[in-house]
Design a protein around this ligand. Structure first.
Ligand code: 0WK
Ligand code: 0WK
Ligand code: BGC
Ligand code: BGC
Length: 916
């Protein structure tokens, strides 16, 4: 007897482990990591193809933009009706987000009902299918006594590939799974739903958003986990979505922020990309499906097909005698006889084998134990391949997100739903394990969407509502910065009137129109070495300028920049000029010319009344300067006294000029047509060659003189009050010279950052920004420097910069915040450029009329950080000038070396005159 047992033991031992034969039979389905990494890499390539405008049309994986731009941020609220259509169950729901008393604060309350979809409707006329949907909706309203009169916002989860151009518009590309209703492909299913709601009647719905179930699932899980940036469905069908950088989504305008992309990965392989992984069983499943050649990847993975795959494998193995001694039953030959639920049952820990026997017996088979083990193992291999393929696809998506965000390691959550994932006992664990093995440097959490996707759909609708209302409120706030053509024409007229009034000798004038005693632009004969001193808005510059005919480029410059500490700017005049004298001493030392007693030109970028080229009485400080005992004094004398006090070197200060005049001269040296100087920097100002007969302050009648307009003062008489906004008033009140330089405070670098800060402060107080958190930083004057505007408004990569700039400022922002900050910066800088353009139009038209010309060609020499560094300022200024002064062709010539050369040229002219 023992012998018999031993023989049979060894026999069985000898007899092959039934799983081994299955492993061999299905070796093509047993994918190891290299193959999975290969599939992952192929899918990454498909994603790129789908995202790019060039190759999207031919791409199998469509990468459909969803117009969902952010995951939940906790501010969503509202009551919504929801339809969850396309999965194994069609549900009608009412979703209350942070509404209603009952629920715990901040929660979501859902009330749902599942409605059957009669089979014939799945392949009937599309309109009938939708009428069934809307009739079910109406039935739900009745049953739940929900008002039929009230307009209900409706969220529509539609789990099929749709090309969306907006949250509430989507063209059905193709049906999938077991849906094949006629007449809807290429149609906007949201409109089809609206029409059906109207046909069914008796209810008022506003379809605010249509989302794919993957997107709704991501949002549902994102409600509790802000790391949730991807959604995954492994149900009847399969699919995944994730938050892609908008700049990579070619099919959607803009490159700011992110957008959820519905990959529709079910179609991966429809172009043959997976042919070397397709087995005969996959081909059979596809051939027998209602969409052959389509959704290849889905047919290897999802619940609609797993059971069928197992049946076909079992059938084939039986036919070749590897199972049930080759006996085959009709049931086994019948499509759909083994379902995915069967597969799951076969793989249950404890009862898997028992279930397998039951299932096979229900198929009129009488399996041996080994047959049961083998069939169970077939199920394992088929569903293992499914989870492995999902893992490979997911690995591709998460790797892409990691790269997008330049992260070495990524922490992310994937929201998951679907019957296979939910009901198959081992599927989740297997999937998690393989994903973590394929992505060692990613911390991936899987969040099960416990209550279906409609919570997420409602959140998308809430976000849509919130974004829409926030956009409306932000646009409203920024509307006061948007100047119409008429308003700009008015500013031009007021600037013109201000120029005329300033030229009059008597009477108040906001625009001072200060004679500069520079009568003509350079004629190229200037020669010799000059020291140019340049006190501008942000720093002091000393420059040695050497004009030599022989020099190839006949002007050589050496310069050094010195900062002006705030306490010097706002200390005593003596300290300020002593500081300048010290810097000059340091520069002459550095140039080894302490004893050269050079002729010097002094560019002094503040309003000075001059009675000659080498005297200038400071009328008033601007741009944050407030040094005492300077206003009303001659700045040349003050500098001379400071140099005398220093008693280290001597200078012959032969000219004092405004930086606009210096800039005009510098540029006129290159382009003789240059007769206007414009500064758009810390401050703003313009000078131009005016007919002396128009300058009542001088007796001269013939010729021209350059007039420093000091147009920064426009509006000091209230003439701009109709465009000045409360934010501007706030900035003016907080400035060191309230009520003064109103035009400058709308247009120049010293103030634009502050205007932006005031607007951001207001929007944050209104809860529209930074979640309403008004931080100390945001309340700190001067914290938002104008240079940030230039960085924030640069076209490429702006958002990441916005966030890092806001980060540096200690402002935690999300994508939407950054988009709004950029919009505010854009509105403020655009207005500034337009106002300067309107002012410039007034100046060039005056010159044209001065000269009785029908058309004027003229050049403007320009300098200033705002004009030179801001990405859009110069362009908007030029366009506005052209639009408001169409009879003038204005060339804007940025000055290479600042106004120093101009000051030296004027000094050269002044010296020559003195000699004669
Ligand atoms: C439950 C979601 C629904 C989605 C379904 C997918 O609420 O939107 O379509 O999961 O899984 P299935 O029902 O196809 O297994
Ligand atoms: C450079 C000129 C200087 C002028 C300055 C204005 O050399 O005279 O004051 O540009 O630009 P900001 O430094 O204010 O941007
Ligand atoms: C559809 C997807 C859907 C997925 C899961 C696929 O057949 O094409 O849009 O997300 O099934 O339901
Ligand atoms: C000053 C002008 C100067 C301009 C640009 C203004 O604040 O009043 O004199 O030209 O800034 O620097």
């Amino acid at each position: 007897m023992l012998a018999v047992h031993l023989v049979s033991f060894f026999f069985t031992k000898l007899q092959e482990d039934p799983t081994k034969k299955v492993d061999r039979f299905l070796h093509a389905m047993r994918l190891h990591d290299d193959q999975l990494n290969d599939i992952s890499a192929r899918f990454q390539a498909e994603m790129k193809k789908g995202l790019s405008a060039e190759s999207n049309a031919a791409a199998a994986v469509k990468m459909l933009p969803t117009h969902v731009r952010s995951t939940p941020d906790g501010s969503e609220k509202g009551q919504f009706m929801a339809l969850d259509f396309g999965g194994s169950k069609f549900k009608v729901l009412q979703v209350k987000v942070r509404e209603g008393m009952g629920i715990r604060k901040g929660g979501v309350e859902m009330d749902e009902k599942t409605y059957r979809i009669p089979k014939e409707l799945l392949t009937g006329r599309g309109t009938e299918l939708f009428d069934h949907v809307t009739e079910s909706l109406k039935d739900f309203l009745h049953e739940r006594n929900i008002s039929l009169e009230k307009k209900h916002p409706l969220a529509f989860t539609f789990s099929f590939p749709c090309e969306q151009t907006a949250l509430n518009r989507g063209l059905l590309l193709s049906w999938s799974k077991n849906f094949r209703a006629r007449g809807l492909q290429g149609k906007d299913v949201v409109q089809v739903l609206r029409d059906s709601i109207d046909r069914t009647g008796g209810m008022d719905m506003e379809v605010l958003a249509m989302v794919n179930d993957t997107v709704a699932t991501m949002m549902t899980c994102g409600f509790d986990d802000q790391y949730c940036q991807a959604g995954l469905i492994i149900g009847t069908g399969t699919n995944a979505c994730y938050m892609e950088e908008l700049r990579h989504v070619d099919l959607v305008e803009g490159d700011e922020g992110r957008m959820c992309v519905n990959t529709e990965w079910g179609a991966f392989g429809d172009d043959g990309a997976l042919d070397d992984f397709i087995t005969e069983f996959d081909r059979d499943v596809d051939a027998a499906s209602n969409n052959p050649g389509k959704q290849i990847f889905e047919k290897m993975i999802s619940g609609m097909y797993l059971g069928e795959l197992v049946r076909l494998v079992v059938l084939k193995m039986a036919k070749v005698g590897k199972l049930f001694d080759g006996r085959v039953s009709d049931a086994l030959r019948t499509k759909g006889k083994i379902t995915t639920a069967h597969v799951a049952a076969m793989e249950e820990y404890k009862n898997g084998l028992k279930n397998t026997r039951t299932i096979l017996e229900e198929l009129d088979l009488s399996p041996s134990d080994d047959d049961c083990i083998a069939v169970q193992h077939i199920s394992t291999i088929v569903s293992f391949r499914s989870s492995n393929l999902v893992a490979a696809g997911l690995a591709a998506i998460l790797t892409r997100i990691k790269h997008n965000r330049n992260r070495r390691a990524l922490r992310i959550t994937v929201g998951v739903d679907g019957t296979v994932y939910k009901t198959h006992p081992q599927y989740p664990k297997r999937l998690h394990k393989v994903v973590r093995r394929l992505l060692p440097d990613c911390h991936v959490r899987f969040a099960l969407s416990d209550s279906g996707s409609s919570k997420g759909a409602a959140l998308v609708t809430a976000v849509a509502q919130r974004l829409a209302s926030r956009k409306r409120q932000v646009d409203e706030t920024l509307s006061s910065f948007k100047l119409s053509q008429e308003q700009l024409q008015l500013v031009k007229a007021r600037m013109r009137a201000g120029l005329e009034a300033g030229l009059k000798s008597k009477g108040p004038s906001a625009i001072k129109m200060l004679p500069s005693f520079v009568y003509h632009t350079p004629d190229g004969t200037e020669n010799g070495k000059y020291l140019a001193l340049d006190l501008g808005g942000t720093n002091f510059r000393a420059m040695l300028v050497n004009f030599k005919k022989s020099l190839q480029q006949n002007v050589r410059l050496y310069h050094k920049i010195y900062t002006i500490p705030l306490e010097i700017m706002q200390g005593t005049g003596e300290e300020l000029f002593d500081h300048l004298a010290q810097c000059i001493g340091d520069f002459l030392d550095y140039m080894g010319m302490k004893n050269a007693r050079l002729p010097a030109g002094f560019t002094f970028s503040f309003p000075c009344e001059q009675t000659a080229i080498d005297t200038g009485t400071l009328v008033s400080w601007t741009k944050g300067f407030k040094a005492t005992n300077c206003e009303g004094h001659d700045v040349v004398s003050m500098l001379r006294e400071a140099i005398k006090r220093r008693n280290e070197f001597e200078l012959d200060i032969a000219a004092v000029v405004n930086d606009t005049v210096g800039t005009m001269m510098s540029c006129a040296y290159e382009d003789p047509q240059c007769e206007i100087g414009l500064i758009a920097g810390t401050g703003t100002n313009v000078c131009y060659m005016e007919e002396v007969k128009n300058i009542e302050k001088t007796e001269l009648q013939k010729g021209k003189m350059c007039v420093n307009t000091e147009w920064g003062g426009l509006g000091d008489d209230g003439s701009l009050d109709d465009i000045i906004t409360p934010y501007d008033t706030e900035v003016d009140q907080n400035s060191v010279n309230p009520g003064k330089q109103r035009f400058e405070k709308l247009t120049s670098g010293m103030y634009l950052g502050e205007i932006v800060r005031q607007v951001l402060l207001d929007l944050t107080r209104g809860g529209l920004l930074f979640r309403g958190h008004v931080t100390e930083t945001l309340k700190t004057p001067g914290i938002f420097q104008t240079k940030y505007l230039s960085q924030i408004e640069s076209d490429r990569l702006a958002l990441l910069q916005v966030r890092s700039i806001l980060q540096q400022l200690g402002l935690n922002s999300n994508c939407d915040d950054s988009i709004i900050v950029k919009e505010v910066c854009g509105a403020v800088s655009r207005r500034a450029a337009q106002l300067c353009g309107a002012g410039m139009a007034a100046v060039v038209d005056k010159i044209r009329e001065n000269r009785g010309l029908d058309h004027l060609n003229i050049t403007v020499g320009v300098d200033g950080a705002l004009y030179k560094l801001h990405p859009h300022f110069s362009g908007v200024l030029q366009k506005t000038t052209k639009a408001l002064a169409p009879r003038c062709d204005v060339t804007f010539l940025p000055s290479e070396e600042g106004s120093g050369k101009g000051a030296a040229l004027i000094t050269a002219v002044a010296r020559k005159k003195k000699e004669i």
